[in-house]
Design a binder for this molecule. Structure first.
Ligand code: NBG
Length: 809
């Protein structure tokens, strides 16, 4: 039943005329203005509120149904979320897209101008943050009771600009004008403590006497499901100084800056994501953020548990907390502290509850990416937690010693505390010890975690290790990003059930044989290239869109571009397959090697552009400030997807899935989820090259790898590197060439020749338009597995053991 009936509220109408009435009313009552004097910002915020109102009723019903069911909840803890623009999503999910546009036009407002003011909340860096958003979307779509917890950073990710080809970082003030999607909940504020010392009371209980108090103020955004009434939430914490942090006496004495010192200090906690960690204070601020997130979230989770339950042994039956990488791992000692120190449970009971409650997803293979914290810093910031970590470690190492007597080396490797060269807390070890399940994010990744990165742990507890291959939201990355293709798919399949049941895309397979369908498929791709507006829409659109990292090997793509440039120059009069190579992505501000690659790409792009002999066949474009919004324009326009990381380095990748689903063919290594993509779309529809993981490990670890030998033996490679070294690209990029010739950590030169050969195969394949289109359709038809809905179903059945709660009318 519509809960509003019982409350005497009028249901919101579903016609354009009713929507228009609500727009006018919201403009008047919530913005205090009228159509005649409204600014575009007024119109945008009013539109947002009017759309939001249409999800609010579903949210109220969802909360009522979920609380009544008292189910097992999923709490997803993540330092990052890349939610993407909310307006378009919420119009789609509330079914108001069409009526909203009609209503705006009726009022004399331009819908495109108004919706253009919607900004994406930049609260993450890359794949890990976008995965979190895709999983929340799928959980809501599958009616799983879930809450996402995160931090409401003022500056979650910088805005990228180029100056003279160099990356420049500017603040991205996404919420400067406010954020109409957010519901503040100041009454659910939590208190978070830091520093201080511990004491024992008369009864022998440990007390933490903290040295700093900060308030965590929550707000939430709605996470609607598609084709269902469930609306979950993502709750974001913002740091506030405590009341006493404003020093009135100093203010009165004219010391204005000093008067707010403490408050500013406290509020810095939610200022930026991953503060610069090149200084001690920056590193401490990161650790502080991590504790801020878990402490406030756990208190909120416990508050919610207590609304319906009283017995602590029920806690794990009602709660599963998924740790998105190691950033929220402090939740493990924090729950122990709350249960033992504050609730008075025995250590053993508290430990049993804690281990059953948590699960951990690892998102990396790079050992240097596994977080550790210096003991001295940890101890100073969290004096009680370090004691708890030591106690956990002692029990754990006893278990290891019992299982593997006299294996001291193993004990040293597995200890939560690293002793040499500096004492540090190993967060991944803590995360494995304190959880009931650990998973990797693609088959290869999960296998390598168990065989290499976390091998000792997998030997001790094989049953703890799982694989859950990542997935992406078909709503965000097909339906919303690619409306033209979505319409064609819906027509081809005779319905749009595929949007929530992506395996149905398999029904497109026979249409790959239908020449008229192929023609329309090409027309859609063409129109998407025109919409993107970068490069000639008739050319092969070759895209590499992802964070800049040496292991992802943008430098390999660059060597191929330079090779192609040389071939074109040396063969005047010959024709070549015209290509537009599109790069997009950011480099971490302090990652100089990655920034050199960015600068070199821009220099090569300019050189090619200025050369009339080459530019008809080759164009390099690099739009700045890659984000979810830009990805949604690029992905539907792509013909070729570059997934060329060194095998054994990319945990999964998710851009690879988005591109394949939108009909791009992949050129890639046997890395991460590429392997599963190729298995499904078929080896004929995938351009494979390069070393596989065992070969790469052997070459790297063999100690004889010589990048220079490849340089000397391969004329084209030598010419490409020499051109950089000789300063042919405005004198830019010598650092890149030096690093490749000197050490080449990611075996770029070893994979160069097979990569260039694979690209020649791409050019040959492109010339057979009909066959290329057939392969493009098959990529889409066979990629249904990569839906985040399937990923969430896997988590639900293998790790979370949760069941849906259907929200009824
Ligand atoms: C990233 C991996 C990607 C993977 C995403 C999502 C981190 C730490 N890891 O390969 O590099 O697709 O996580 O799982 O951001």
């Amino acid at each position: 039943m519509d809960v509003r009936n019982g409350m005497g509220l009028r249901p919101l109408g579903t016609s354009a005329a009713e929507f228009e009435q609500d727009l006018l009313s919201n403009l008047y009552y919530r913005r205090g203005t009228t159509v005649e004097s409204a600014s575009t910002q007024d119109a945008y915020e009013t539109l947002a509120l009017t759309v939001r109102d249409r999800l609010a009723e579903r949210r109220v019903r969802t909360a009522a149904a979920q609380y009544a069911a008292n189910p097992r909840w999923v709490y997803y803890l993540s330092a990052e979320y890349l939610l993407g623009k909310q307006l378009e999503q919420n119009m789609l999910y509330s079914g108001t897209d069409r009526i909203a546009r009609i209503a705006l036009r009726q009022l004399g407002l331009d819908p495109d101008e108004v919706t253009a003011l919607d900004l994406e909340p930049g609260l993450g860096n890359g794949g890990l943050g976008r995965l979190a958003a895709c999983l929340l979307d799928a959980m809501a779509t599958l009616d799983i009771p879930a809450v996402g917890y995160g931090i409401r950073y003022d500056f979650g990710i910088f805005k990228q600009d180029f100056q003279d080809g160099r990356q420049i970082e500017r603040p991205d003030d996404w919420a400067f004008q406010g954020n109409p999607w957010e519901f503040p909940a100041p009454d659910d504020q939590q208190t978070v403590f830091f520093y201080g010392h511990t004491e024992k009371d008369a009864a022998g209980r440990t007390l933490w006497i903290p040295g700093e108090v900060v308030f965590a103020e929550p707000s939430h955004m709605l996470v609607p499901g598609h084709g269902t009434d469930t609306v979950n939430i993502v709750r974001l914490w913002r740091a506030r100084g405590s009341h006493s942090s404003f020093d009135l006496s100093r203010f009165s004495a004219g010391q204005y800056a000093e008067a707010v010192d403490e408050a500013v200090h406290a509020e810095n906690i939610s200022k930026v994501l991953y503060p610069d960690d090149s200084t001690e204070s920056g590193r401490e601020l990161r650790l502080k953020q991590q504790y801020f997130l878990v402490s406030s979230s756990l208190r909120d989770i416990i508050r919610r548990f207590r609304l319906r339950n009283s017995d602590w042994t029920d806690f794990p039956k009602k709660t599963v907390i998924q740790l998105n990488d190691t950033h929220p791992t402090l939740a493990i000692p924090e729950l122990m502290r709350l249960l033992v120190d504050e609730e008075g449970l025995s250590w053993d009971l508290a430990w049993a509850i804690t281990k059953q409650t948590f699960a951990y997803t690892c998102h990396t293979l790079l050992p240097e990416a596994l977080e550790t914290w210096p003991v001295h810093m940890f101890e100073r910031l969290l004096p009680r937690h370090i004691e708890i970590v030591y106690a956990i470690n002692e029990i754990f190492l006893t278990e290891v010693r019992n299982r593997f007597p006299a294996d001291l080396d193993r004990v040293r490797r597995m200890s939560i505390i690293q002793e040499e060269p500096e004492r540090r807390v190993r967060m991944a070890n803590l995360a494995v010890v304190g959880t009931q399940a650990v998973n990797g994010v693609a088959e290869l990744h999960s296998r390598l975690l168990a065989d290499i990165t976390l091998r000792d742990f997998a030997e001790l507890w094989p049953e703890k290790f799982h694989n859950v291959t990542n997935g992406i939201s078909p709503r965000r990355f097909v339906k919303m990003a690619n409306p033209a293709l979505s319409d064609l798919i819906t027509e081809g399949l005779g319905g749009d059930a595929w949007i929530t049941d992506l395996d149905r895309l398999a029904g497109l397979e026979p249409l790959a044989e239908d020449a008229s369908f192929r023609l329309r498929w090409r027309e859609v791709k063409q129109a998407n290239k025109v919409r993107l507006g970068l490069g000639d829409p008739a050319s092969l659109t070759d895209v590499m869109i992802k964070r800049f990292h040496e292991y992802k090997r943008q430098q390999l793509k660059l060597l191929h571009i330079i090779t192609q440039y040389h071939r074109i120059k040396q063969n005047p009069g010959q024709t070549f397959v015209p290509r537009t190579v599109l790069f997009a992505g950011k480099a971490a501000p302090a990652y100089h090697a990655a920034k050199h690659i960015i600068r070199l790409i821009n220099a090569v792009a300019a050189t090619i552009d200025a050369d009339p002999a080459v530019s008809p066949y080759l164009k390099v474009v690099f739009p700045a400030n890659y984000n979810v919004t830009l990805s949604s324009l690029i992905i539907p326009a792509a013909d070729l997807s570059e997934q060329i990381s060194l095998a054994g380095k990319e945990a999964s990748g998710t851009g690879n899935m988005k591109l394949a689903l939108n009909g791009a063919l992949t050129v890639g290594t046997l890395d991460g989820a590429n392997i599963e993509i190729r298995d499904r779309v078929g080896a004929d529809n995938f351009f494979l090259f390069g070393l596989d993981t065992p070969a790469a490990l052997e070459l790297r670890n063999g100690g004889t790898y010589s990048p220079r030998a490849y340089y000397e033996q391969d004329g084209e490679l030598r010419r490409a590197l020499d051109a950089i070294l000789d300063g042919k690209f405005a004198g830019v990029g010598r650092e890149v060439a030096d690093s490749l010739l000197g050490w080449d950590e990611y075996l770029t030169l070893a994979d160069y020749r097979t990569y260039v050969d694979a690209q020649d195969d791409v050019d040959a394949a492109w010339q057979d338009t009909e066959s290329w289109t057939r392969r493009s359709i098959l990529n889409t038809a066979r990629s249904g597995f990569f839906s985040a809905d399937r990923t969430v179903r896997d988590y639900a059945s293998e790790i979370w053991h949760v069941t849906p709660v259907k929200v009824t009318r």
